[in-house]
Design a protein around this ligand. Structure first.
Ligand SMILES: [Zn+2]
Length: 96
C-alpha cells in the first residue's frame, strides 16, 4: 500500500474517532442539561414550601447570598417583578 494511502486511511480513522468523541460530548451535555433542569425543579419545589411562594413565581438568583439556606438569592416574581429584593438579603439581582 502506498504511504499516502495509509496516511489517508489513518486520517479517516482519526476523523471517525473525533466524530465519536464529539457525539459523546453532545450526549453528555444533553444529559447534564436534563439533570440540572430536574434539580432546579426539585429545588424550587422545596423552596416553594419553605418560603410559601408558588413554584412558578420563584426564581433562583445568580449571586451568592449570605443568609439564604441554599447560598443563592431567591426572588418572588409575583411580588417583585424586577428582582429588586432577594427574599433573604434584600439585594437586587442586578448589581454592578
Ligand atoms: Zn440574597
Amino acid at each position: 500500500m502506498p504511504a499516502n494511502v495509509s496516511r489517508i486511511l489513518r486520517a479517516m480513522r482519526l476523523a471517525d474517532d473525533l466524530a465519536l468523541v464529539r457525539d459523546g460530548q453532545r450526549m453528555a451535555d444533553r444529559l447534564f442539561e436534563v439533570h440540572a433542569r430536574e434539580l432546579i425543579k426539585k429545588l424550587k419545589e422545596a423552596m416553594s414550601s419553605v418560603l410559601d411562594v408558588p413554584v412558578a413565581a420563584l426564581e433562583i438568583g445568580r449571586w451568592s447570598c449570605p443568609t439564604s439556606p441554599t447560598g443563592y438569592c431567591w426572588y418572588n416574581l409575583e411580588k417583585d417583578h424586577d428582582r429588586d429584593d432577594c427574599l433573604y438579603c434584600h439585594e437586587p439581582a442586578e448589581r454592578k
